[in-house]
Design a binder for this molecule. Structure first.
Ligand code: SIN
Ligand code: FE2
Length: 214
């Protein structure tokens, strides 16, 4: 999409480590379309706090769009073609989401990224996401594209082992992080969201994580 390439041209890709880049403000030009898309998806597949296999309720509320969705419950973490809350297929990935994901992956060195999942996460004050790896996907050659909208958050970007040193990265509205290749299985997480406000999302932060799962 022409308009998105123009955005990409003006964004400075900040390398984080081999295989990972930060694209500051990359998604800002699409903020209205993205948040409209989030609202449309959430209307069909409501955000919910899932229960981990260990029996804990996650503080982050999640939903998905795409041909698969990432879920967890007492049976484990996995991808499913149907929303367990409704029994219906997940909503389709909105066109603006798909264009953004492939346009962000390209300057990071991952051409032709065509995600089949977008996991949408909602954070409110105090919501956190503990350090984890994204490893339920079939093909680790495909990157992860992570888009932040709304209230800023402190992102933790660690190493391949949980015990490795963890860098702290402040992610603001419109920032996109892409990690793949040698960084694909790096541990990452989010510190508890601070009380804040954003003109488009109020006190909330949304994260959209694009993956190729199948
Ligand atoms: C995730 O790891 O799924 C989300 C990360 C974030 O919210 O920035
Ligand atoms: Fe993740």
């Amino acid at each position: 999409m022409r308009q998105l390439f123009d955005v990409a041209d003006t964004t400075q890709a900040e390398p984080l480590c081999a295989g990972a880049v930060l694209l500051r403000g990359f998604a800002r030009a699409l903020e209205v379309a993205l948040l409209d898309g989030v609202r449309e998806v959430v209307a069909q597949a409501p955000l919910r706090q899932m229960i981990t296999p260990g029996g804990l309720r996650m503080s982050v509320a999640m939903t998905n769009c795409g041909s698969l969705g990432w879920i967890n419950d007492r049976a484990g973490y996995r991808y499913a073609a149907f929303d367990p809350a409704s029994g219906l297929p997940w909503p389709a990935i909105p066109a603006a989401f798909a264009a953004l994901a492939s346009d962000a992956a390209e300057p990071a060195g991952f051409a032709n990224f065509n995600p089949d999942v977008c996991l949408i996460s909602r954070y409110e004050a105090g919501t956190r996401l503990s350090l984890h790896q994204d490893r339920d996907e079939r093909d680790y050659e495909q990157p992860i594209v992570s888009v932040s909208l709304g209230v800023g958050a402190m992102f933790l970007f660690g190493g391949l082992k949980r015990s490795d040193r963890t860098a702290r990265l402040r992610l603001e509205h419109g920032d996109v992080v892409v990690w793949g290749g040698p960084a694909r299985l790096r541990c990452h997480g989010v510190l508890p969201l601070e009380t804040g406000s954003h003109p488009l999302t109020g006190a909330q932060r949304f994260n959209m994580t694009f993956r190729k799962a199948a």
